[in-house]
Design a protein around this ligand. Sequence first.
Ligand code: SF4
Ligand code: SF4
Ligand SMILES: [Zn+2]
Length: 163
Amino acid sequence: MRPVVFNVPNQYNYFMLKTSEINAFLIAPCGMNCGLCMAYLREKKHCPGCNGDDEQKPSISCVRCGIKNCENLKDIKSGLCVDCAQFPCARIKHIDTRYRTKYGMSMIENLEKIQSLGMNLFIKQEQTRWECPKCGGVLCVHRDACPSCGKKYKRKSYRMLSR
Ligand code: SF4
Ligand code: SF4
Ligand SMILES: [Zn+2]
């Protein structure tokens, strides 16, 4: 899978990602879907995603991420933590708890779905799960407003949407 090439950002200074553009390239080893990340969707300090070029990443913490750079990953063909004997390790549990609590999303759940359904079906589910009902663009897990059309969602309804 290849990275998406963006051209022009919208009036909110975000790139509009179509649900059909969510692909396996955007799925990080930890199970994060980088296509939902504010850093990926924004124009300024745009991050190309965990699997993107390190030289284009604005955040040094993403380049030095302890999960992405984990020694165990080098021997895992899928490149995903779910296939590691230590899964879910303390690092994965830590980020998973943070995302469950703050954003109503679970990396562990994502990885378990990939394992049971396969990547293609998981991607299909993500395309439905994160589709803005108003404009059809991809929602951002970090924001309460759609990055494509600006429609605001109450955090509660947003979470319900994301289930
Ligand atoms: S900041 Fe991290 S989670 Fe967001 S797109 Fe970049 S690598 Fe992915
Ligand atoms: S689950 Fe395994 S590969 Fe992933 S960060 Fe933990 S130890 Fe490393
Ligand atoms: Zn929208």
